[in-house]
Design a protein around this ligand. Structure first.
Ligand SMILES: [Fe+2]
Ligand SMILES: [Fe+2]
Length: 202
């Protein structure tokens, strides 16, 4: 991963504590400045990680990056807003590090920047996507029904039906990743909610 050029590295510019409980306001002014610079480049790190899915087919008709682009393109062309489209783009970004719980990885990354419903869709899309293939693996395709009481059930089912399960067509003309980059940068420019929100404002 590239580090931002404005990150400091000399010992004079680092906090002095050896245990956090020794930390001073001066230490935290240094760390806070570094944090702000690093956090600003989150969209770049996310996009770089998304590119790891390029060429990773896993037996599917399209690679995981094309599936992501196709899911996002279908959502965008259907008139979804930027938060939704960015969620669609990133919904499988956890495939690399979350082989057994990939929806939760993506959901955690987008959580500060999207509505509760869009986060919920991302977090639970795995169970809803199962409706389209779990029965081929001897599993219960209706496992999504454990969420029947959720106010977001219909929205998540719709995401999978219209965009996710539909995004494996090698002949579909998806937008390139560059098309979505400005959206990712806008959506991730500022967290809507974060336990660090107060510090971020100063
Ligand atoms: Fe997925
Ligand atoms: Fe997917």
């Amino acid at each position: 991963m590239n580090k931002p050029e404005n990150l400091t590295h000399s010992i004079e510019e680092r906090a002095k504590f050896r245990e956090m409980k020794e930390g001073t306001q001066e230490d935290w002014a240094i760390i806070g400045a570094e944090y702000m610079a690093f956090a600003k480049d989150l969209p770049d790190r996310v996009l770089e990680h998304l590119r790891l899915l390029d060429g990773d087919f896993g037996g599917f008709p399209v690679c995981r990056l094309e599936h992501s682009l196709q899911t996002a393109t279908r959502a965008h062309r259907d008139g979804r807003d930027e938060q939704y489209v960015v969620m669609a783009l990133l919904h499988d970004i956890g495939d690399t590090l979350g082989s057994y719980n990939h929806p939760e990885v993506a959901a955690a990354i987008i959580k500060p920047f999207v509505t509760e419903e869009i986060h919920w869709i991302c977090q639970n899309h795995g169970a809803f996507q199962g409706y389209y293939y779990f029965h081929h693996l001897g599993m219960d395709r209706n496992i999504r029904d454990k969420f029947a009481e959720s106010p977001h059930y219909a929205a998540c089912a719709e995401f999978c039906e219209k965009y996710d399960q539909a995004a494996f067509d090698p002949d579909y003309e998806s937008e390139p990743l560059e098309f979505f980059e400005p959206m990712v940068r806008r959506v991730m420019a500022k967290p809507l909610a974060s336990m660090y929100a107060k510090a971020l404002e100063e």
